[in-house]
Design a binder for this molecule. Sequence first.
Ligand SMILES: Cc1cc2nc3c(=O)[nH]c(=O)nc-3n(C[C@H](O)[C@H](O)[C@H](O)COP(=O)(O)OP(=O)(O)OC[C@H]3O[C@@H](n4cnc5c(N)ncnc54)[C@H](O)[C@@H]3O)c2cc1C
Length: 275
Amino acid sequence: MEADRHGISASIYAKRRKLSVLVISKGNGALGKTDKIENYYGFKKPISGKELYQNGIQQAKNLGVEFIEDEVVSVQYVEHFEVETVNSKYEAKSVILATGTNRQTPNIKGIRKFEGKGVSYCAICDAFFYKGKDVAVLGSGNYALHEAQQLKPVVNSVTILTNGEPIIENRSLDVDVKSKKIREVRGDTKVEEVEFEDDTIKKVNGVFIALGTASSNDLARKIGARIENNHIVVDENMQTTVPGLFACGDCTGGLLQISKAVYEGAKAGLEVLKK
Ligand SMILES: Cc1cc2nc3c(=O)[nH]c(=O)nc-3n(C[C@H](O)[C@H](O)[C@H](O)COP(=O)(O)OP(=O)(O)OC[C@H]3O[C@@H](n4cnc5c(N)ncnc54)[C@H](O)[C@@H]3O)c2cc1C
């Protein structure tokens, strides 16, 4: 089984049920950014998010939970779940998504207007619609490279647009990169071109958004789990619409608080692999 952060809460409950548990995380999430927590039960003095996080990791490690620091770029299902990270691939019977809410929508004119009409958030889901066409991937990190790699065998050409950000170094993928700032994504009824701030234009049929790291929504969407109002849909046992795929914490919406994330993690950890 694989999981992420409140994640850690899920891993504690799952491990105590004698399951083999691996937590994959790329480091600080919302919890790590929290300076002073005064509303979480059981602390006489405020505790920092970082300390709470470190304590949780130590508690899980004491139980035998394995931790790996890496970035997840994709989750797929073929006979079993396959979790792909920047550095490796892992097989799992179940997966718990607990990667918070970090979906980034770029503040570029035209992106929202053309969502579903040339602007896509999932290469593996939509590559087929761009067979033989020219597409761009918006992003500058490992996730953008992963999406470009998925598209390359299907489309005519892929260009990574970093919108002014430096592209990740040591990339193995041979792909065209444009680092210029973007002014607008334009078209009539669907995407036709990207205009840069230096007045130049790149003709494309599609723009795939892959900013930062893959969020829970991105990962859930790739595997076909339902998302509503920007949150992953789960049942009362924290299972998504894909059997064996669970989600907990901020990514399921509702109260964006530690107590709720810990509860949902515990629930997912208890329910995983029950059936
Ligand atoms: C500034 C701030 C102050 C807050 N104050 C409080 C407070 O006082 N009390 C309170 O109850 N709540 C507070 N919150 C909310 C609380 O931090 C969150 O509700 C809680 O941390 C949610 O837990 P989570 O596990 O869902 O997500 P997160 O804590 O965001 O953890 C997500 C984890 O997933 C990892 N991750 C994400 N994407 C990937 C990927 N592609 N591959 C690998 N790993 C990935 C991240 O590195 C991180 O470790 C605050 C939040 C913020 C931002």
